[in-house]
Design a protein around this ligand. Structure first.
Ligand code: BV8
Length: 245
């Protein structure tokens, strides 16, 4: 099902900015946040995704992210056709597609995307609170973790952006949105700012905008059109129009 004024000329969409959220990884086996079976139905956001929660109970927060990191590293978790379609589009239009994700998983990279802007950080990286060093880490974090840079023990945290912390690469992201001719939000409920406000900047820049999601979000009124269904179906089909001869 899709709504809006129908397809536009395919050249009109580039430079394109794509913003993805947890919905694109759902069919890969990773939970979203706000669906009925989502993460925020099992954990209080304030307890596990804020600096205050981490200061109050670091063990609880480390356990929350250690469990998600182990899930992500499970052999059963793999990119799906939506991740692959985006990687294919980036390869077909080098430099013309900016991929911004709210997701902390590495499924876009594993699908072949060369450049992924993780505005909320990365689950497979750790950050040292003593020296600020960030490193790739596929192990549990905790009291025994030693920073490879400064040697501090038990000072590592997940290298993700918690509520109240400033998202990454914002200047680059706003720059790309200001220059874009197309903006596509994929698999995001549009509840978290400033990510959810990017479509407003894209409209202001005169870009075509589309949301591709399982179902219409509260932000539908902000998008020129909506295409609804599972990401693994609607994203390859939407991308295909740009790949034909
Ligand atoms: C900040 C951590 C200050 C990592 C996350 C106005 C302006 C600025 C800030 C605020 C503001 N109003 C409120 C704020 C504060 C706050 C905020 O937005 N709060 C919300 C709750 C109201 N924002 C912040 O604190 C941000 N920082 O503002 O700093 C600042 C800002 C700018 C400049 C200077 C200073 C920090 C936000 C980052 C928080 N960290 N995660 C982690 O643990 O993962 S947010 C968390 O939500 C995840 O990152 C997640 O990606 C993100 C968004 O969720 P979604 O990805 O959209 O997932 P969700 O479950 O909600 O939706 C899934 C969708 O998929 C659904 O629509 C569903 O229908 C769909 N779907 C499901 N299955 C499928 C599908 N679609 C397709 N196919 C399917 N199969």
């Amino acid at each position: 099902m899709s709504s809006g004024p129908g397809q536009r000329a395919k050249g009109d969409w580039f430079p394109l900015v794509i913003l993805t959220g947890a919905g694109i990884s759902k069919e890969s086996g990773l939970d979203t946040f706000r669906d009925p079976d989502g993460i925020w139905k099992r954990h209080r956001l304030e307890d596990v995704a804020t600096p205050e929660g981490f200061a109050r109970n670091p063990g609880l927060v480390q356990a929350f992210y250690n469990a998600r990191r182990r899930s992500l590293l499970d052999r059963a978790i793999a990119p799906n056709a939506a991740h692959r379609a985006i990687a294919e589009l980036q390869a077909a239009r080098p430099g013309d597609v900016t991929l911004v994700t709210q997701n902390v998983d590495d499924l876009h990279e594993r699908a072949g995307s060369g450049e992924v802007w993780h505005m909320h950080g990365e689950l497979l990286r750790a950050q040292c609170q003593a020296c600020g060093h960030s490193w790739e880490c596929r192990e549990d974090l905790g009291e025994e973790t030693v920073c490879p840079e400064c040697g501090a023990r038990g000072r590592a945290r997940p290298d993700v952006v918690w509520f109240g912390e400033i998202p990454r690469m914002l200047d680059d992201i706003y720059g790309a949105v200001e220059r874009c001719r197309g903006f596509a939000a994929i698999g995001t409920s549009g509840q978290v700012y400033p990510a959810a406000g990017l479509v407003v900047e894209a409209v202001r820049a005169g870009a075509h905008t589309v949301e591709l999601n399982l179902e219409p979000t509260d932000g539908l009124g902000l998008f020129g059109e909506g295409i609804y269904g599972p990401a693994s179906e609607v994203v390859p089909s939407w991308v295909a129009q740009f790949l034909e001869g």
